[in-house]
Design a protein around this ligand. Structure first.
Ligand code: NAD
Ligand code: UDP
Length: 338
């Protein structure tokens, strides 16, 4: 199948390219490198020993989208391109709506013009918001607490209405839990451009000596050790969920959201201990108040993805931390070192 991957040079996109190519798909990337470097695609090509057509441009740009539709004629699109920093979204709401919702609209318009009716969308567990119950299933109410979360929910709504308007269309919405880890080669991984917002890359940068200590946000949550709990998922498992979703979209019209998580959750302290096992060092920590907007715990019910996509996570916590450490220690400054 010909698969256009928007945001394919990013963290999750790059791992997904490898899994798509391993299954024999032809891939094409559109990325503006707002949060990535072209070096990523060089490495993915080497790892996959394959070709990747790539276009540098913005997902909101109709002209470049039409060019790709004409040159590459995708059968399906996997749509990662977007902005993802929760705190930045509160400061720059219009930018986030523009890129995340406007980008999705521009992409669907271009797909319509080209007669492409299949899309896999990167959504987030953050669309659920404060839990009424855990684990979240897909029927849990959605009331995101941030601008970022609302852009994702709004894009889901756009996709739902688009898919509902024509029986030839299929939209699969993947609600990711907390992606971590790196490819087994240690050649690609997560490389935040700034101070990491997320726990795992922050711990990895402490371990490699780039930062003095991890700040633990909150030790008074209603969890066994008082720190926040999340459902961490290995990025290679997440990448494989997209391959399964493409198969599903090929046989199922309409729209369907799926939780993509493991169904297990770990606390901040659990993650620090697991990382210490992986790297053989102590991770210095200091305690700070809760981070605004954080919830105590979240966890996926991945039963629907197992039943309908035939997908389940294969990697455990130690595989997540070991692969993160392998990537970070081999590339202490990420892709910058070349
Ligand atoms: P990422 O920033 O590494 O990847 C996003 C890619 O999109 C980058 O390569 C960036 O350069 C590109 N991009 C950004 N704006 C663009 C634009 N206007 N036009 C073209 N390309 C553009 O992020 P990621 O972690 O790989 O996330 C991928 C997707 O998954 C995002 O939509 C994100 O919101 C979603 N998601 C991520 C997480 C997470 O924790 N990483 C969790 C849930 C959902
Ligand atoms: N966290 C932390 N220190 C950090 C980053 C995160 O203690 O430097 C905590 C955070 O409060 C949450 C968990 O780690 O309980 C996961 O945070 P992350 O930002 O990775 O994911 P999200 O909150 O978006 O689920």
């Amino acid at each position: 199948m010909h698969v256009l991957v928007t945001g394919g040079a990013g963290y999750i996109g790059s791992h997904t390219l490898i899994e798509l190519m391993a299954e024999g798909h032809d891939v094409c990337v559109l990325d503006n490198y707002a949060n990535a470097t072209p070096e990523v695609l060089t490495r993915v090509r080497t790892l996959s020993n394959g070709q990747i057509a790539d276009y540098r441009g913005d997902v909101r740009d109709a002209a470049i989208l039409d060019q790709i539709m004409q040159d590459f004629a995708p059968d399906a699109v996997v749509h990662f391109a977007g902005l993802k920093a929760v705190s930045e979204s509160q400061q720059k709401p219009l930018t986030y709506y523009d890129v995340n919702v406007g980008g999705t609209l521009a992409l669907l318009h271009a797909m319509d013009r080209a007669g492409c009716g299949r899309i896999i969308f990167s959504s987030s567990a953050t669309v659920y918001g404060e839990p009424d119950y855990l684990p979240y299933d897909e029927a849990h109410p959605t009331r995101p607490a941030s601008v970022y979360g609302r852009t994702k929910l709004m894009a889901e709504q756009v996709l739902t209405d688009w898919a509902g308007a024509d029986p030839g269309r299929s939209a699969v919405i993947l609600r990711y839990f907390n992606p971590v880890g790196a490819h087994g080669s240690a050649r690609i991984g997560e490389d935040p451009q700034d101070i990491p917002n997320n726990l795992m890359p922050y711990i990895a940068q402490v371990a490699v000596g780039r930062r003095p200590a991890l700040t633990i946000f909150g030790d008074d949550y209603d969890t066994p050790d008082g720190t926040g709990q999340r459902d961490y998922i290995h990025v290679v498992d997440l990448a494989r969920a997209h391959v399964a979703a493409l198969d599903y979209a090929g046989r199922t019209p309409g729209v369907r959201p799926f939780n993509i998580g493991t169904g297990q959750s770990y606390s901040v302290i659990d993650m620090v201990r697991a990382f210490e096992r992986a790297c053989g060092q102590t991770i210095p920590t200091r305690q700070a108040p809760r981070r605004a907007g954080d919830i105590a715990a979240m966890q996926a019910d991945p039963a629907r993805a197992q039943a309908e996509l035939g997908w389940r996570a294969q990697h455990d916590l130690d595989a997540m931390t070991a692969s993160t450490w392998a990537w970070q220690s081999a590339n202490p400054h990420g892709y910058d070192a070349g």
